[in-house]
Design a protein around this ligand. Structure first.
Ligand code: MF3
Ligand code: CO
Length: 264
């Protein structure tokens, strides 16, 4: 997320630490499953945030974003041309909106971090394709994760898929290490070259969270200091999973227990 994460070394967690990440990841996935039924016309994004917040507290966890660098909400909710870090508020959902709900929790000291796209009623074909491509790009990045592969391999897999579909990868934000810390080293870029960057090793915990724009990749941050939007006002989509590198590949901690179609 920033320069200080770049300088820190990448933690290698013990096999026993996977249990903590699994529990935190499962809770985030359950919350993102639960909220799907509430995503409908006329609800405000603040109401969605409150429902998620309560669910997290009811399950013995706390939202990691609360108080993080002055952020005051449990989720980020990013609609349409908002790339990420949308602040929940009084905006009411309307037919055709697409939105990302991003949630991170702390459970027994471990962080789970995931986001998904949701749709309100019938969405346009371009919006549909943007969401499908973004999800597939994330899964291709995750499929590249194994001991000996590099972060450049992961970024390359994501970028190649997105650009082959004539969409663009946002450069201003990236994935990150996590574990007992919310945003840790390394930066997980959504673009890159095969063989570049640090080598992946068993016990690394990472997020893969590509942001993909239907138009140009440039973003700007609004005067609230958080909301990032596409400069050309094109639609943007994002998915995020938390994963752990294993001896043979990786384990996704934030897979949906309900196994919602297209949202795993
Ligand atoms: N959850 C976002 C991520 O995927 C970060 C949100 S910043 C916050 O890393 F301040 F809102 F927490
Ligand atoms: Co994240």
């Amino acid at each position: 997320m920033n320069e200080s994460t770049l300088r820190r070394s990448i933690k290698l967690h013990a096999p026993a630490d996977f249990a903590g990440m699994r529990a935190a990841g499962r809770l985030v996935a359950a919350a993102l499953d639960m909220i799907a039924a509430h995503v409908r016309e006329a609800i405000t994004t603040a109401e969605l945030d409150r429902i998620v917040h309560e669910f997290v507290l009811d399950h013995g966890a706390t939202p990691a974003s609360l108080g993080y660098r002055g952020y005051a909400h449990a989720t980020c909710i990013s609609l349409n041309h908002v790339v990420c870090h949308g602040i929940p508020g009084e905006r009411r959902l309307a037919e055709g909106d697409i939105l990302n709900i991003d949630l991170a929790v702390i459970l027994d000291g471990w962080h789970g971090d995931s986001s998904r796209m949701y749709e309100v009623g019938q969405v346009g074909t371009r919006a549909r394709r943007l969401m499908d491509v973004t999800h597939a790009a994330m899964m291709r990045g995750i499929a590249a994760i194994r001991p000996g592969a590099t972060l450049g391999d992961v970024g390359f897999a994501i970028q190649r898929h997105v650009e082959a579909e004539r969409f663009s990868v946002v450069r201003d934000f990236c994935g990150h290490g996590l574990g007992r810390v919310y945003h840790d080293a390394p930066d997980v870029l959504n673009y890159g070259r095969p063989g570049d960057g640090p080598k992946l090793r068993p016990g690394m915990f990472l997020t893969v969270e590509p942001m993909v724009n239907a138009g140009r990749p440039e973003v700007k941050v609004l005067s609230d200091g958080w909301t990032a939007v596409t400069r050309d006002r094109s639609l943007s989509a994002q998915f995020e999973h938390s994963v752990g590198v294993t001896a043979t590949g990786c384990e996704i901690f934030t897979l949906s227990p309900a196994d919602l179609p297209g949202q795993a």
